[in-house]
Design a binder for this molecule. Structure first.
Ligand SMILES: Nc1nc2c(ncn2[C@@H]2O[C@H](COP(=O)(O)OP(=O)(O)OP(=O)(O)O)[C@@H](O)[C@H]2O)c(=O)[nH]1
Ligand SMILES: [Mg+2]
Length: 200
């Protein structure tokens, strides 16, 4: 488990649909709001090497994520920021998501991409590409616009995750944070505790 990609952004931007598309192949029609984090996996081939990517699909809603935040960042290797192209608000939140990452010492060596989702809803688009591009440029993060819904965007979504995978691979020697089984286990325990009991 050396390739953990955390997917973050406001609720309803399509994080679950994007990760499901990448790991499962199809569009998830009626996703429920994510609680805590859902783990998905996909093994990809890079230069003949098999690399297992573990995708952390996190909750956008504050009440479903607050007890988990510290766990998210403990062993993250790459970050995918998502906004909804039809929601200016979700785009305006991106700088906050970026600073949350910085506060948790996700440094410039950690591969990051910015993704505008729902490009199939072109006529309701509220976020001009130029605005997104300048935000991305100011943080030195590549920008992608895509759709989890549009089947013709499937390869594009693969390419987005592969961009992160390539950078993870080439960063291996520079990596600052080490993954650990125990932090994962701790996180699952925490989730169970949150779901079942009061921790006084
Ligand atoms: N038109 C369109 N709708 C989408 C797309 N991706 C997701 N949706 C819809 O957007 C809604 C929210 O999708 P989710 O994937 O659950 O959003 P989320 O970011 O995981 O939300 P939280 O788990 O609450 O943080 C759902 O109704 C999806 O069907 C897309 O590319 N195009
Ligand atoms: Mg979700």
């Amino acid at each position: 488990l050396e390739n953990q990609i955390i997917v973050i952004g406001d609720s309803n931007v399509g994080k679950t649909c994007l990760t499901y598309r990448f790991c499962g192949g199809s569009f998830l029609k009626n996703p429920e709001a994510t609680i805590g984090v859902d783990f998905r996996e996909r093994t990809v081939q890079l230069d003949g090497e098999r690399i297992k990517l573990q995708i952390w699909d996190t909750a956008g809603q504050e009440r479903f994520r607050k007890s988990m935040v510290e766990h998210y960042y403990r062993s993250v290797h790459a970050v995918l920021f998502v906004y909804d192209m039809t929601s200016l608000l979700s785009f305006e939140s991106i700088p906050e998501w970026i600073s949350e990452c910085s506060r948790h010492s996700v440094g410039p060596l950690v591969p990051q991409v910015l993704v505008g989702n729902k490009c199939d809803l072109r006529e309701s688009c509220q976020v001009p590409t130029s605005a997104a591009q300048s935000l991305a440029d100011s943080h030195n993060i590549p920008l992608f616009e895509t759709s989890a819904k549009d089947p013709s965007e499937k390869e594009h979504i693969d390419a987005i995750f592969l961009t992160l995978a390539y950078r993870l691979k080439s960063n291996k020697t520079l990596r600052l944070k080490q993954p650990s089984e125990s932090s994962l286990r701790e996180m699952r325990d925490q989730q169970e505790q949150d779901a079942t009991s009061c921790r006084c």
